[in-house]
Design a protein around this ligand. Structure first.
Ligand code: ADE
Length: 237
């Protein structure tokens, strides 16, 4: 299976960036996923290559013009049906469950990155774009949000990570944060590795890890803990 990804951006040179390194870069080389960028500016029509204009209603900042964005989207969507995601702090907040869903997408993924004050609403509606946010903070554009989401998505594509079982243990997989990890040396600056982890007793180790995962989730993420302890479906998967 190959996940086909296209990014519409004013800064195509930002890609693949971090996505071209390490495990995700190897997966790109192996064609487990593909990455195309489309430079929105190439669809500008005047000699200054203008893509934005001031916003109606007044206020600071510039808005990406619907006619230019439409031409860029037409060029991309001509290749066939795709899932169109628009990066914006106004969107549904991305989580592990969405990463899983998008990693298994039968359709190509198209990420539309805004800059400045955003993109004219009409073109987003006309193309039925799904608004997605990285979190409750404001970035200067959608590019880093796209990269972060792709980090989370691509590693879930079968074959990208060597050891598939580690996916079941990691944070959010069971609706809990992950237990702490330790390696050699057994003692470091007077700090010992928890004795139980050296016991070789797999059942006790699993029980200890479960207890640690529950304790840290309870302490740091009361929202996740509430859902977990009430046995509601895991919102993150
Ligand atoms: N663009 C600007 N801020 C963003 C955010 N929080 N998430 C996604 N895209 C954004």
């Amino acid at each position: 299976m190959t996940l086909d990804v296209t990014v519409l951006t004013l800064f195509p040179e930002m890609f693949p960036g971090a996505l071209g390194h390490s495990i995700l870069g190897t997966a790109l080389d192996k064609k487990l996923w593909t990455l195309n960028t489309v430079d929105i500016r190439t669809f500008a029509e005047d000699k200054h290559k203008t893509v934005d204009d001031t916003c109606f209603g007044g206020g600071p900042g510039m808005v990406l013009r619907p006619d230019i964005v439409d031409k860029a989207l037409t060029a991309v969507m001509e290749r066939g049906k795709a899932r169109l995601l628009h990066l914006t702090p106004r969107g549904r907040v991305f989580n592990q469950g969405m990463a899983q869903e998008l990693a298994a997408s039968p359709l190509p993924l198209v990420f539309m990155c805004g800059r400045y004050e955003g993109i004219d609403q009409r073109v987003l509606e006309a193309w039925d774009a799904e608004d997605v946010s990285l979190g409750d903070f404001v970035l200067t554009g959608g590019e880093v949000a796209t990269m972060t989401m792709l980090e989370a998505i691509v590693r879930l594509i079968p074959g990208v990570l060597g050891d598939e079982t580690s996916l079941e243990e990691e944070s959010f997989a069971q609706g809990l944060l992950e237990y702490p990890q330790y390696t050699r040396p057994r003692e470091w600056h007077g700090r010992e590795v928890p004795e139980i982890l050296l016991s070789g007793h797999h059942k006790n180790i699993a029980a200890w890890r479960q207890k640690e995962a529950e304790a840290i989730t309870q302490e740091r993420r009361p929202d996740l803990w509430d859902r977990y302890s009430n046995k509601q479906p895991n919102p993150l998967t």
